[in-house]
Design a protein around this ligand. Structure first.
Ligand code: FE2
Ligand code: FE2
Length: 307
């Protein structure tokens, strides 16, 4: 056991006890253990860990008082990734968005990794995620429990339809605003160019998903056997879709960067404002769309293939 994995809780100031133990637990790899040394039964910790990380650890008393209490906590299952957390409860996506954590294209990161990347305290993130649990916002739709063929149809009928309807509107607006304001705000020319390539790529992308990827998933469900669609296996198709999602994510990040997070200048006209509103809405919809595919539909389909 690593030296860091022995925690003498009696030597920690009270406000640091909980964060130190949780941080140590989150850094455990699957199969690794840590030992908590205390002067009383740390049972409340057991309940806190069970609530935060159900079914991911074992709890074994090495000493049970009366003066010394020692518990060995073994990580039996690695920390959930950001994408998995959002897949279980979409309300958590709002928290990740608020902190600038990418839960769709880069949803494979654990909470600890993601919090380090955006330079925020892990405990702050955990407490905000906890608040989302009791949020009065509408309960999330439990997409992760939907049958995969139904989820594929839902994506096509809502998100793909949205892309088809909105892409030409955004493209037209971006051209118009760039023509009018491009001289005083040259970044708008770049926005228009990037919007054009993003929407063209996405139109082809949704077409390919509906023509090849989703049918391959449906065939796998009905026949139980992997199939080849248009010369590509489902695995290859999904890998290609992931790459295309990453490109779309990069395009939107780039547009955000050059517009300073869609900051409007003093001389912005109504079309300028509307363009930025539509771009934010488009980004929001695309993130939810990619999340449903990257974190639920695709991994579950790949898992079916390997059963
Ligand atoms: Fe899609
Ligand atoms: Fe997609």
């Amino acid at each position: 056991m690593k030296k860091d994995n022995f925690i003498n809780v009696t030597q920690l100031p009270p406000p640091l006890k909980h964060p130190t133990i949780f941080k140590a637990f989150q850094s455990l790899a699957e199969g690794e253990a840590m030992v908590i040394h205390n002067d009383h039964d740390p049972k409340p910790l057991y309940y806190q860990l069970s609530a935060e990380y159900p079914d991911t650890f074992t709890w074994e008393y090495l000493q049970e008082g009366p003066q010394v209490w020692e518990v060995k906590i073994t990580c039996t299952q690695k920390e959930e990734t950001v994408g998995e957390i959002v897949a279980k409860d979409y309300r958590k996506a709002e928290v990740f968005k608020q902190f600038g954590i990418d839960f769709c294209c880069n949803g494979g990161k654990t909470l600890s990794e993601a919090s380090k990347e955006v330079n925020i305290n892990l405990d702050t993130l955990l407490s905000e995620l906890e608040k989302a649990d009791i949020s009065t916002a509408a309960p999330s739709q439990d997409y992760a429990k939907w049958p995969l063929d139904f989820l594929a149809d839902f994506i096509a009928n809502t998100h793909h339809q949205y892309v088809r309807e909105t892409a030409p509107i955004i493209e037209g607006l971006a051209d118009k605003v760039s023509n009018v304001h491009g001289a005083s705000h040259p970044e708008l020319r770049d926005v228009a160019k990037r919007v054009k390539s993003l929407t063209a790529d996405l139109m082809q992308h949704v077409k390919d998903e509906e023509s090849f990827v989703f049918p391959a998933i449906k065939k796998l469900i009905s026949s139980g056997k992997p199939n080849i669609e248009n010369g590509e296996s489902l695995d290859e198709l999904i890998k290609r879709m992931h790459v295309e999602h990453d490109h779309a994510g990069e395009d939107l990040r780039y547009i955000r960067k050059i517009t300073d997070d869609y900051a409007l200048p003093q001389d912005a006209c109504n079309s300028y404002m509307y363009l930025f509103e539509k771009l934010k809405e488009f980004e929001d919809d695309l993130f939810r769309h990619i999340h449903l595919e990257n974190n639920i539909l695709f991994p579950k389909s790949v898992a079916l293939e390997t059963v």
